[in-house]
Design a protein around this ligand. Sequence first.
Ligand code: PEP
Ligand code: MG
Length: 937
Amino acid sequence: MIKQYVFSFTEGDGKNKKLLGGKGANLCEMTQIGLNVPPGFVISTEACLSYLDSAKDELQAGLMNEVRDQMALLEKQTGKKFGEPDNPLLVSVRSGSALSMPGMMDTILNLGLNMSTLQGLIKQTSNERFGYDAYRRFIQLFGKVALGVPDEKFDEVFDAIKAREGIAADVGLTATHLKEISERFLGVVHEHTGKPFPEDVYDQLNVAIRAVFRSWGGKRAVDYRREFNITPEMANGTAVNIVTMVFGNMGDDSATGVGFTRNPGTGENTMYGEYLVNAQGEDVVAGIRTPKPVQEMTNEMPALYEQLVELRNKLEAHYHEVQDYEYTIEKGILYCLQTRNGKMNAQALVRTSVEMVGEDLITREQALLRVDPEVLEQLLHPRLDPEHNSQAVAQGLPASPGAASGKVVFDADRAELLGRTGEQVILLREETKPEDIHGFFASQGILTSRGGKTSHAAVVARGMGKPCVAGAEGIEVDTRKRQARVSNVLLHEGDTITIDGGNGKVYLGEIPTIPPEFSQELKTLLQWADEVARLKVMTNVDTPEAAARAVDYGAMGIGLCRTERMFNAQDRLPIVVDMILANTLAERQEALERLLPIQRADFKALFQVMAPRPVTIRLLDPPIHEFLPSERQLEAELERLKQLRNTVEGVGDLMGAMQLLAEGAAQPITPPMPFNENGVELIDQAIAKKELMLLKVRELFEVNPMLGHRGVRLGITYPEIYAMQIRAVLQAAAECAEEGLTIHPEIMVPQVCTAEELLRVREVVLETQHALEQEHGIKLDYKFGTMIEVVRACMRAGKLAEVAEFFSFGTNDLTQSTFSFSREDAENKFLPFYNENRILQDNPFEVLDVKGVGELMHLAVEWGRQTRPDLKVGICGEQGGHPASIRFCHDANLTYVSCSPPRVPIARLAAGQASLMSPSRVIIANLKEQEELEVIV
Ligand code: PEP
Ligand code: MG
């Protein structure tokens, strides 16, 4: 059987986006559910791949025959003829891959126009101006997309004629002007390509199809796929849609518009969109003219507004999803040209998810699965402090919410250049185009002086979750001079501005921001996630403030408190240093006694904030030299101190000499501190202390400190350190218990490789527990467990579980030890190269290495639970907040994941999704489906 590559909208499978592309599949679906779609057909993505695979720049045999057959059908349906001078059929040629990539690939409009069909079009419409306008648009688009003529060549001609005639807006151009422009455009093409513009309409079609296929491999599209991780499995190749042209620029009973079925910036369930009377679709999308809000159509075209509402309702009812649709009104008839799932920011996604459940459009499960956990991060971004009293200098449209400050740049390349050096930048342009995409990636926010809420800038910024203010018309941008005039101020590149995408305001300078709040909808959605999730979500924090924030985000406990971070605070570091410098046990004990009440207070504060949730406290982990300055730093400090001492002594000498010189002076000269004896003494003390520290640093030197004297190894060789920490934890627990607070402390030992280490530490824990229980007359409730972060711990998990009541995978260290990669060196030396060259797909320090580290985790869970079936198992490495890793942790039967506070909401949603997507659940769902089928049969 010959493979079919071309499908009419009436026959294509609307569910097969992989084959027909998203746009093509939807056009088929919309046609088949009775919406008014202009007749057309789709050339499949398979045809695209086969064209791109072949060495020759030729469409595969037979494809054009299929296309011709379909064109014949279109001719039948429309009563027009392709290439016929009297009654010409015109088509658009549009790209469309399986996953939406807005504006990343190419589209050609008005194809089928040539010298003779142009006359037919003019006759058909009795509108010469319209005819030449269509023709010049076609020559430019076809020239650019299919023949590679740079846009500027056309713009130069266009602008020159406008300037010569003193015309500001395009609508001011007459038929004669447009005729001249068309002729000069034909000349531009001839000059650039060395050939005349193709007159044969099937030649035009053939060239256009190939150009759209090739745009799949264009830079813009490739950059976009890389940025959004669109793999070949997700979308491979673009389909081509050939659609009968309908014109929104046929007079005042014609219009073109784009809409979202709900507000994509807030999620509000309302008509949303913009339109332009007497204009072509590209005018709206490109932001060339600022369109009107759709609500104005109630006055201008009330009957059509009603039809549009009906269209919107039908789209949502059919797709059960917010739609982003495009339409054209040609002489009072409404056509739907395209629909796709709407790209929304996080706020809108969350709100629509919850509201659509309320409206019975989707189920709770669908609502949960519909939101990519990572986008929730957008909701954790700051917004402008409402108390600020800066005056806005310009007002645009609130196109994508969030606030951002940064240095103004006027083109995407500069944005990328500065962004790469770590600068915060705001990209300010008159309007943006798809080729500016790299500038979006590098910018904190986007500001345009033209275009509406559905302009390119707005759509792309929203998709990326970046703040955007569009159409701030008070700003005059001069890209060439790299400056812009905003009210009376001249902005130069590098000046700082702030934009508020929530209300469209633009400010000079940087405005303070405040942290965001959780919306009720987000709370609801995350509560649904918690209800279906099996994994608990804990947090990694070490201060009560961070703990309180994590609780607000929904943390169910502390999975990791790194006690060493508490040692670094200013009031304790000197005591810690004394402890390290101690030469005898008694000296060390003395320092530890001073640390004990401080640590106890720390732990108590954490317990109080978290009660009754579990709090896992990890005993000291890093090598102790980390609390001392480096050898180099100490040497430099000592050198400076010694120089200072010389200077001070020199000043003393000078004073003496001055006394001699000022013979008979009534008052002896007394130098101030530090230029006196006290000063010298102070400096001597400082030198002595620093010398001691230097000696200690040299004594503690290790070649590989991360594999050296740290973690439990330190705790066993200096048992008094862990003893102090254990006492502090259990005393804090006893005090809380006495105050009637229900708490669940957990003591965790780092870097363990053998059960014997755990036994030694547990002995100290038990002794302390018994002593405190007697002292306070209460029973202490706590758990004792271990980090699993070295390979041997995984191999000995069965034995460790005899002592440990819980495991926590420290996947930062476990990844290091599994790969034998030092994290610090790997991430700034060879890992980026490995990732770019696909030697490793991901950075294993961010995304859990399921195949290696994951296998070890499976073994450890299995062997640990063989010994202790109720063993609690969690993960507290960085990967614990990453959705794909969370999915793995769910499937590996972990009890919890623990991550930093801002990742908690993301992890909660990911944990809920993991439950919904877990194999066992899918099997149940399939079974249900089968049962239903049986019933139906
Ligand atoms: C780990 O190794 O994964 C861990 C959580 O410990 P740290 O990052 O403190 O070494
Ligand atoms: Mg570790």
